[in-house]
Design a protein around this ligand. Structure first.
Ligand code: ARG
Length: 584
C-alpha cells in the first residue's frame, strides 16, 4: 500500500475516535501530496469537510483529530490554516520503505487490484497518406500507456487501426495504373504512394474530368473488382512494411493491425440493427443518429448552438448514396473489441479535433446499452518555433522518418563530443538511444492537451528536462558502482540524516504513487516530471553527501540510495519507452 493510502486509513480511524457516530458510515478520508514541503508531505481537508455536519469549528475539529492521530510509525500530524491536517513523514519511515524497495523488482509499485482488459487504439496512420509529426504524438503516448498498463497488471491489446479503406484509394488506384514507377515503390513505398496521391490530386484540380475517372476506380474496388483489390492489397502490404521499419526503430509494437477495412462486412448489419432498435432513423435519405435527450444540451454531442438555439448535428452512419462513414466503422470496431476481445476498456489516442466524433460514438454505445471505460485520450498539436504548425522549410508536413533520422544525426554529434574515444559501434548504438529518447521525452514531458513547440536544441540538451539529461544522470549513478570493490549488497537497514539524503529517499519512495496515477489520468508527463525531479534530487544529494569517501553505515545507505536512483530511473524511463545507455 502506498503512504497516502496508509495515512488515509489511519486518519479515518482518528476521525472515528473523535466523531464517533457523527462520522458518516463508510467515510474514507482522502490524503493528497502537498504542493509545498513546508506543509509536510501530505495533506487532508477531511476535518473541513466534516465540521459542518459535526457542528464544530473546522480548526477545532482538526486539532482534536491531529491529537487523536498522535504519532504513527509513518508520520506526525499537524494542523494548518482553517483546518487542514498536514502529515510529515518520518525519515525513519522513508528509510524503511527505501530498504523494502531494494528487495523488490517492482520498486514498490503494487499491481492493480482491478485488472482490466484494455484495448489501446493508437498511431493509426492512413495508407498512402503521410505519417506525419501529428501521428508521432499518438504513437508515443499510446505506446507509453500500453507499457504502463501492462506493468500495472492489466491485459493490454494494442491495435493499429490504420486508415486502409478511404476515398484516397480512387486516386491511388488510377495513379498506380498510370503513373507509378515500380522502382520508386521498392525504394520507399510510403513516399512513393504519397507522391502518387499528391500528383493525382493536383491533376484532378487542373482537369476536373479526371475526378469521376478516379471515383470509378474506387467504386470498382468497393464492389470487389479483382484487379483493383489486388492493387489495394499491395498498397497495404508495402505500407505496412514501411511502417514496421519506423515502429521498429522506435521500439513500438502492435498486437493487431485491424485497419478500417477489417470491418467492411460488419457495417451494413450494424446500420440495420440500429435502425431496427430505433436508435437511428432516416433523414434526407441518410441514416442518422440524433440526440435522445439524455444529456443537458451543453453536454450533448448531437447538438450545437447556433444563433442562440440548439440545433441537431446527427452522427451520419450511412450516406444517402449507401456509403458508410468513419463513424460507422468506429461503431463496428468498438463492437468487435468488446465482443471478441472481451474488452471492458478501450482508449483511443487521437488528436483533440476528433473530440466530437468520439463523444458521439460513446453516446451511441450508451443508447445501445454497451458500457465500459471508453476514453478519448486527446492531444494538441506540434508547432514549429514560429508557433505555427510544424512544417519543413518548403512548407510540407514533416515526415516522421525524417524526424527520426535527424534526431539520430544530431544525437551522434552529442555523443561524438562527449565521448570521442568510444568504439564506433557503441557510439552509434548510444546515438540511437539518445536521439529516439529525446523525441519521446520531449513528447511525453508535455501536458498532452497543450500544443507544444518542436525544438531540436532543447530536446537534445544535456541540461533541463530532456532525455539526454536523464540518461546522463543514469550513467553518472552507474559509474559510481564501477568504482567500488566487489558487488553492491543491500544493507539490512538504511540510516538517513542529511536533508539531501532524506529528500532523495522521499522521491524514491514516491515512485510507487506516481506510476499508478500516471496511468489513471493518462498523463505520461506526471511520470516524466517525477523522473526529472528525481534526477535533480540525485545531483543535489551527490554534491552534498560524499558517497565513496564516506564510511560504514553511512556509506552503505548512500550506496543504496544510488542503487535505487539508478533502478527507478531505468525502470521509469523504460515505462516511457526510453532506453538507458550504460555509458555516453
Ligand atoms: N486514421 C485516423 C486519422 O489519421 C485515426 C484513427 C483513430 N482510431 C479510431 N478508431 N478512429 O485521423
Amino acid at each position: 500500500m502506498t503512504i497516502p493510502t496508509l495515512l488515509s486509513e489511519q486518519l479515518t480511524t482518528s476521525l472515528a475516535k473523535v466523531l464517533g457516530d457523527t462520522l458518516p458510515a463508510g467515510f474514507e478520508a482522502s490524503v493528497t501530496a502537498s504542493q509545498d514541503l513546508r506543509f509536510g508531505d501530505y495533506q487532508s481537508n477531511a476535518a473541513m469537510m466534516l465540521a459542518k455536519q459535526a457542528k464544530m469549528n473546522p480548526r477545532a475539529l482538526a486539532t482534536q483529530v491531529a491529537e487523536a492521530f498522535g504519532e504513527s510509525e509513518i508520520a506526525t500530524a499537524e494542523i494548518a490554516g482553517p483546518g487542514f491536517i498536514n502529515f510529515r513523514v518520518k525519515p525513519s519511515y522513508f528509510a524503511k520503505r527505501a530498504q523494502m524497495m531494494l528487495g523488490d523488482e517492482r520498486l514498490g509499485v503494487a499491481k492493480t487490484s482491478q485488472p482490466k482488459t484494455l484495448v489501446i487504439d493508437f498511431s493509426a496512420p492512413n495508407v498512402a497518406k503521410p505519417m506525419h509529426v501529428g501521428h508521432i504524438r499518438s504513437t508515443i503516448i499510446g505506446d507509453t500507456l500500453g507499457r504502463l498498463a501492462r506493468f500495472m497488471g492489466h491485459t493490454v491489446i494494442t491495435d493499429n487501426h490504420i486508415g486502409d479503406w478511404g476515398t484516397q484509394f480512387g486516386m491511388i488506384l488510377w495513379g498506380w495504373k498510370n503513373l507509378l514507377k515500380q522502382e520508386d515503390l521498392e525504394k520507399d513505398p510510403i513516399e512513393a504512394l504519397l507522391a502518387v496521391y499528391k500528383k493525382v490530386n493536383a491533376m484532378c484540380k487542373e482537369d476536373p474530368a479526371l475526378l469521376p475517372v478516379c471515383k470509378e476506380e474506387l467504386v470498382k474496388l468497393q464492389s470487389g473488382d479483382k484487379e483493383n483489390l489486388d492493387i489495394w492489397k499491395r498498397c497495404i502490404a508495402v505500407t505496412k512494411t514501411g511502417l514496421e521499419k519506423i515502429y521498429n526503430q522506435l521500439d513500438i509494437h502492435f498486437d493487431y493491425w485491424l485497419g478500417e477495412s477489417a470491418y467492411n462486412d460488419a457495417l451494413a448489419p450494424l446500420v440495420d440493427d440500429l435502425l431496427a432498435k430505433g436508435i437511428a432513423r432516416v433523414s434526407d435519405g441518410a441514416v442518422c443518429v440524433f440526440s435522445d435527450g439524455f444529456h443537458k444540451p451543453q453536454e450533448d454531442p448531437f447538438l450545437v448552438q447556433k444563433d442562440g438555439e440548439w440545433v441537431p448535428v446527427p452522427a451520419i452512419i450511412r450516406k444517402a448514396d449507401g456509403g458508410f462513414l468513419y463513424a460507422t466503422t468506429d461503431l463496428a470496431t468498438l463492437d468487435y473489441r468488446t465482443k471478441h476481445f472481451q474488452a471492458d476498456s478501450i482508449w483511443y489516442v487521437v488528436g483533440a479535433p476528433q473530440e466530437k466524433h468520439f463523444k458521439q460514438i460513446f453516446d451511441i454505445e450508451r443508447m445501445r446499452g454497451v458500457s465500459g471505460d471508453f476514453r478519448h485520450v486527446a492531444f494538441g498539436s506540434i508547432l514549429g518555433k514560429d508557433r505555427r504548425p510544424f512544417k519543413t522549410r518548403s512548407g510540407d508536413t514533416v515526415s516522421l522518418q525524417d524526424v527520426i533520422d535527424e534526431a539520430i544525426a544530431r544525437a551522434t554529434k552529442v555523443v561524438e563530443e562527449k565521448s570521442p574515444d568510444m568504439p564506433e559501434d557503441e557510439k552509434s548504438h548510444v546515438a540511437q538511444i539518445v536521439g529516439i529518447g529525446a523525441i519521446k521525452f520531449a513528447e511525453l514531458s508535455q501536458n498532452r492537451l497543450s500544443d507544444y513547440i518542436f525544438d531540436w536544441d532543447k530536446m537534445l540538451a544535456l541540461t533541463g528536462d530532456t532525455a539526454p539529461y536523464l540518461q546522463n544522470s543514469y550513467v553518472r549513478v552507474r559509474s559510481i558502482f564501477r568504482k567500488i570493490d566487489g558487488e553492491f549488497k543491500a544493507p539490512a537497514s538504511l540510516t538517513l540524516s542529511e536533508d539531501a539524503e532524506i529528500h532523495l529517499a522521499r522521491l524514491l519512495v514516491r515512485y510507487a504513487e506516481v506510476v499508478p496515477s500516471t496511468l489513471d489520468d493518462c498523463k505520461p508527463n506526471l511520470l516524466a516530471a517525477y523522473l526529472y525531479e528525481l534526477a535533480r534530487a540525485f545531483h543535489s544529494f551527490y554534491e552534498a553527501c560524499p558517497v565513496l569517501r564516506s564510511e560504514g553505515d553511512v556509506r552503505e545507505s548512500r550506496l543504496a540510495l544510488c542503487e535505487l536512483t539508478a533502478r527507478v530511473l531505468k525502470q521509469g524511463m523504460g515505462l516511457l519507452g526510453i532506453e538507458m545507455p550504460d555509458r555516453m
